[in-house]
Design a protein around this ligand. Structure first.
Ligand SMILES: NC(=O)C1=CN([C@@H]2O[C@H](COP(=O)(O)OP(=O)(O)OC[C@H]3O[C@@H](n4cnc5c(N)ncnc54)[C@H](O)[C@@H]3O)[C@@H](O)[C@H]2O)C=CC1
Ligand SMILES: O=C(O)[C@H]1O[C@H](OP(=O)(O)OP(=O)(O)OC[C@H]2O[C@@H](n3ccc(=O)[nH]c3=O)[C@H](O)[C@@H]2O)[C@H](O)[C@@H](O)[C@@H]1O
Length: 443
């Protein structure tokens, strides 16, 4: 099939490359000309395992192309995916300006029946707004062209985006139109051959399903973080508790890892957007508000633990391992490391940081004066960061941090303090070696 994907970010690029890998003819469109230039040259602007090979294959086979020219791309296809960002507006609600700008441009250039697919995460009722925006442009042009707007939210995770897209738990298609349903069914037919992954529902139901899924996962994390903090206060090991409850098949093991708070471009903004949706209909979303509040507080837990062990931070040096909001990505959006590092810097500490992929993206997050004045130091190797530091704080559980040479660490760390923001180390072993160890809710 011939597909146009508008917005070539994490979701648009991964979806476009994967649809091309399935044999479709895909044009990816973006307003960012520099990004399109890089992609045309086969240079992937984001770090995402496995993506480069899929993109390269698509380009080589002539199935995947990149452009800034949406009207031109529209002459070749009749399925348009909207995969642009929906960042939080000032009040936390999803800002639809990019989505509606694309809708208007589609309306200005539509010439025959098309299915317009909302892949961006958008509040309930957005499909109606997209439909109205397109129709308004058609009316201005004085033409009568049929079209359908479908909701097809995306559930991929960064760091595993290609495999999540190719092996989804489900594909949600929200539509009230039989014609559009048939087009979408054909597009996703490979996913219903053996195990039917395609689920049809109403448009508003599909829009809500996306938010409910992210809010449920965020709730599991915030719940577990609350339990972990309580474990800290009651001298209980949360890792024992996690094993104990995860074995209950009704609870399960996934997404109950306590830590220093959830980050990323989606959980924080989607929980907030759902709260705003509730506010708009005068519904008091008590639980969702608490999920968000716990997460905001959780991001401060590491800095308090550092201060508890080192006291006055002025003149102290702290090593931070991991900047990305999770392993497998260079994405720093809403990363707990930002809150930690800013608070250490504000307290006068010198901070030495390392991340295998997010060093470049992180440079946008911190005031350049800290680097210029030598208070924030980027290190090429994680052991360069710990050299002569007082404490190590593990923020992102990249594989290379999981089994470090602890003897070397012991000789490097002046105060032998390890704060483990992801509970990946063995407290007993480290305490026996003479470290002061603290995890999140560990005994
Ligand atoms: N990042 C993720 O893992 C996931 C994101 N989502 C949702 O997907 C949507 C997109 O997210 P990301 O891919 O992370 O965003 P992104 O910020 O990485 O990419 C968005 C792209 O859209 C482009 N764009 C903006 N306006 C445009 C226009 N008028 N025409 C063409 N291109 C335009 C931007 O230049 C940018 O390249 C959001 O609603 C997000 O919540 C859903 C599932 C997973
Ligand atoms: O809508 C989205 O954008 C996506 O949001 C999340 O994906 P993502 O944000 O890429 O990453 P996750 O693996 O879900 O992790 C999010 C955050 O939660 C944290 N987390 C995750 C799991 C856990 O048990 N504990 C925990 O603290 C991670 O460290 C990370 O900071 C969802 O998992 C995807 O299904 C969804 O499509």
């Amino acid at each position: 099939m011939n597909i146009t994907i508008v917005g070539t970010g994490y979701v648009g690029l991964v979806s476009g490359a994967c649809f091309a890998d399935m044999g479709n003819q895909v044009t990816c469109v973006d307003v960012d000309a520099a990004k399109i230039e890089r992609l045309r040259a086969g240079d992937i602007p984001i770090y995402e395992p496995g993506l480069a090979a899929v993109v390269e294959r698509g380009i080589k086979l002539g199935l995947l192309s990149f452009t800034t020219d949406l009207p031109q791309a529209m002459t070749q296809s009749s399925i348009y995916f909207i995969a642009v960002g929906t960042p939080p507006g000032e009040d936390g609600s999803a800002d639809l300006k990019y989505v509606l700008a694309v809708a208007r441009e589609i309306g200005q250039n539509l010439n025959e029946y098309a299915v317009i697919v909302d892949k961006s995460t958008v509040p309930v009722g957005t499909a109606d707004k997209v439909r109205e925006a397109i129709q308004a442009e058609l009316d201005l042009r004085g033409v009568d062209i049929p079209f359908d707007v479908v909701s097809n939210p995306e559930f991929l995770k960064e760091g595993a985006a290609v495999s999540d897209f190719m092996k989804p738990d489900r594909i949600i298609i929200g539509t009230d139109s039989e014609r559009a349903g048939a087009v979408m069914g054909e597009l996703y037919q490979d996913f219903s051959r053996n195990h039917d992954k395609v689920m049809y529902m109403g448009v508003r139901d599909a829009e809500m399903t996306k938010y409910a899924a992210n809010a449920m996962l965020a709730t599991k994390i915030s719940f577990m973080n609350e339990i972990a903090n309580l474990c800290d206060a009651l001298d209980v090991d949360v890792e024992e508790v996690r094993h104990g409850i995860g074995s209950d098949s009704r609870i399960g093991y996934s997404f109950i890892y306590p830590g220093c708070g959830y980050g990323g471009s989606c959980f924080p903004k989607d929980v907030q957007a759902l709260v705003r949706m509730a506010d708009n209909v005068k519904f008091d979303a008590k639980l969702l508000n608490a999920v968000e509040e716990r997460n905001i507080a959780q991001k401060h837990v590491l800095a308090s633990k550092v201060t508890r062990h080192l006291g006055e931070l002025n003149g102290k040096t702290i090593a931070v391992w991991g900047l990305a909001f999770k392993p497998g990505t260079d994405d720093m959006r809403e990363a707990p490391s930002i809150v930690l590092i800013n608070s250490l810097l504000a307290a006068g500490a010198t901070v030495k940081v390392h991340d295998p992929e997010a060093m470049t993206t992180s440079k946008r997050e911190f005031a350049p004066k800290f680097v210029e004045e030598g208070q924030l130091i980027y290190c090429d190797h994680h052991f360069d960061a710990t050299e002569d530091a007082d404490a190590l704080v593990l923020v992102t559980e990249w594989k290379q941090y999981r089994q470090p040479d602890f003897d070397k660490l012991k000789s490097q760390l002046r105060a032998s303090v390890i704060i483990d923001g992801r509970n990946i180390y063995n407290p007993e072993k480290l305490k026996q070696m003479g470290f002061v160890y603290e995890g999140i809710g560990r005994r």
